[in-house]
Design a protein around this ligand. Structure first.
Ligand code: AMP
Ligand code: MG
Length: 334
């Protein structure tokens, strides 16, 4: 049921990539998704091997199901304080900051609801209203205590870093590649795209914006040195017994999958963690709140596709987006 990549890589260039000197590729499964990386430069092969191990280490720390993970330890602590790794403390601290900034649209304690709707087991179903109310009482990021590396979570509450873990892992890997001297690379974490520099031919990376309704790409975004992350309820959803579609992004206020006036939100910014946290939370907010939120900040740009198929692009990225034929685009100004 999980849809294909949200933002897919549009053909690299007229050059045959096999012929580009120093190109290395890696592809593997981690964090519930297929990850592929392309890097150019001396030693790119060994650098990508190191990057793959690093990604798997982070997965092992943040998995909700792996019994040795930091997140598993916190989720099964029954209210006792747990000491976690620096990486986990850092991502949690960032998640709490973003939860506060988005007024709770992003909530890293959403797991009981994600689970009640069956998104953790693929046994999807509509929970009863009583069950939703019961699970809602277990959701609330304000109840997490984080003091340096010590995390304390009330009994039965559960953490889920699914909304921002891939973005954070992407940043870690991008930094590792840069530290090893890589000047040109593209990392694709199941549709979260992060790039270093330009393509080896000196042109920007060209990314296809996926149509959330399943058609041809809606256009091409040209970028360098940044992250591009898309969220939407078309990625992972089920059709309930009532015939309605229910997606994996849940509104922490109602406990129901978001019924947004948006079909997808793509966020473009310097760092993957910000893009990932925001793409999920702006989707929860819906169009008007998302636009207001963008107007209050200077650290990201976005592309919104509404549930009726209209595309709008914030002014800072408008020049870098070329819509496909017949696609009209509105520009959102400050
Ligand atoms: P993303 O694909 O980055 O938009 O993240 C979606 C994932 O984040 C879901 O599969 C859930 O695991 C989790 N999630 C769902 N709703 C929320 C929410 N409101 N806040 C934080 N995480 C959420
Ligand atoms: Mg996200």
């Amino acid at each position: 049921m999980v849809a294909a990549l949200i933002v897919c890589f549009v053909s690299c260039s007229h050059q045959d990539s096999e012929e580009i000197a120093g190109e290395a590729n890696a592809g593997f499964f981690a964090m519930n998704t297929y990850i592929s990386m392309t890097a150019y430069g001396d030693q790119a092969d060994s650098v990508l091997e190191e990057a793959e191990s690093r990604m798997k280490e982070l997965e092992a720390l943040w998995s909700v199901t792996e019994e040795n993970s930091d997140i598993y330890a916190v989720n099964h602590s029954n209210g006792s304080p747990v000491t976690v790794s620096d990486e986990t403390a850092e991502i949690l601290s960032f998640a709490l900051e973003m939860a506060a900034e988005t007024n709770g649209a992003l909530d890293p304690t959403i797991y009981p609801l994600v689970s009640a709707w069956g998104f953790t087991t693929e046994e999807h179903h509509i929970p009863s209203d009583d069950k939703i109310q019961e699970m809602l009482s277990l959701v609330g990021y304000e109840k997490i205590r984080l003091d340096e590396n010590q995390v304390q979570l009330p009994p039965n509450m559960m953490l889920d870093l699914g909304a921002l873990g891939k973005g954070y892992a992407g940043d870690t890997v991008i930094q590792l590649l840069k530290d090893r001297g890589i000047l040109s690379a593209l990392v694709d974490l199941g549709g979260n795209i992060q790039t270093i520099g330009m393509r080896p031919d000196g042109m920007p990376w060209r990314l296809g914006l996926q149509d959330p309704f399943g058609g041809e790409n809606l256009g091409v975004l040209s970028v360098s040195d940044c992250a591009v992350v898309t969220s939407g309820n078309y990625e992972n959803y089920f059709i309930g017994e009532d015939g309605k579609t229910y997606g994996h992004i849940i509104d922490p206020v109602t406990g129901y999958p978001v019924e947004s006036d948006l079909a997808s939100v793509t966020v473009i910014a310097a760092e993957g963690k910000l893009c990932d946290a925001l793409s999920t939370s702006l989707f929860v907010m819906g169009q008007d709140r998302a636009v207001n939120f963008w107007r209050q900040r200077q650290d990201f740009e976005m592309i919104l596709v509404t549930s009726t198929g209209e595309i709008s692009v914030t002014e800072g990225i408008a020049d870098q987006f070329s819509p496909a034929d017949n696609e009209e685009v509105d520009v959102i100004y400050r």
